[in-house]
Write a protein that binds this ligand. Sequence first.
Ligand SMILES: NC(=O)c1ccc[n+]([C@@H]2O[C@H](COP(=O)([O-])OP(=O)(O)OC[C@H]3O[C@@H](n4cnc5c(N)ncnc54)[C@H](OP(=O)(O)O)[C@@H]3O)[C@@H](O)[C@H]2O)c1
Length: 254
Amino acid sequence: MPDYPPVTVKGKTAVVIGGTSGIGEAIALSFAEDGADVVATSRTPAAVEATAERIESYGARTIEQPCDLTDRESIEVLCNAVLSEFGRVDVLVNSGAAAARTPFLELEEDDWGHVIDVLLTGVFRSCQIFAREMTDGSIVNLSSMSADLARARLMPYCAAKSGVNALTRCAARELAPDVRVNAIAPGFVMTPLTEEEYGEGTELRAGIDERALAGRVADREEIVGSALYLASDAASYTTGEVLFVDGGFTRNAL
Ligand SMILES: NC(=O)c1ccc[n+]([C@@H]2O[C@H](COP(=O)([O-])OP(=O)(O)OC[C@H]3O[C@@H](n4cnc5c(N)ncnc54)[C@H](OP(=O)(O)O)[C@@H]3O)[C@@H](O)[C@H]2O)c1
């Protein structure tokens, strides 16, 4: 063993909400491969079952417990199920997704409300419910570089992600030193959420490739390392931080 805290989640118990697709699934599978017990969950039972099978294929323990970030009771049921199976929870990753791509002046209150409910209030609910049970833990919230940008037709998404950054900092303060709370702010990552918007050949894709210093969009696996780091003891002195993984998109200026 090295004499510095290692970048590993081996031996930890991790819960990944929104862990059955895209970035969350990549994180959940990497944690399992690295030696953690992992519960990957979302609203869809079939997706939860399929991801659980992949987690078990790495020799990790898991349970199948769907949950909806808009439903406090379902998160409490999830938390209790994890505690009764594993006796503790060390890591929580919030990677649930929602978006309404509508111009501001046409945006309905319901669309605004749904995005805020999943992306911001949902993160509030899960952080609160799981943090009450954590003694020496790490919470990693999926924010976005969009928290700091004026994205076209994405006002509720940008507002929710700004809120996630604020929630992350405030939770880090109140939960210290027992629970560290950090966020990852990805740039443009290819996942089922984004395929239509900036898949190969789209107008947006050309703009991303030009502006991102990396010259391309990211694979979801390129977000995994930041989650592994923040969840691990290697980040024992890192809390209240928002880590940008955006290929330099927000650093590029004329
Ligand atoms: N992809 C990008 O370019 C990008 C960039 C910056 C930030 N992010 C953020 O990264 C996170 C993951 O995005 P992604 O691209 O990986 O999306 P994704 O592939 O669509 O995956 C989203 C996951 O969230 C689950 N989910 C949706 N609504 C939920 C709810 N109410 N309760 C619980 N789970 C729910 C989905 O499963 P069910 O449908 O079964 O519930 C799915 O497992 C999001 O917070 C997103 O805003 C993504």
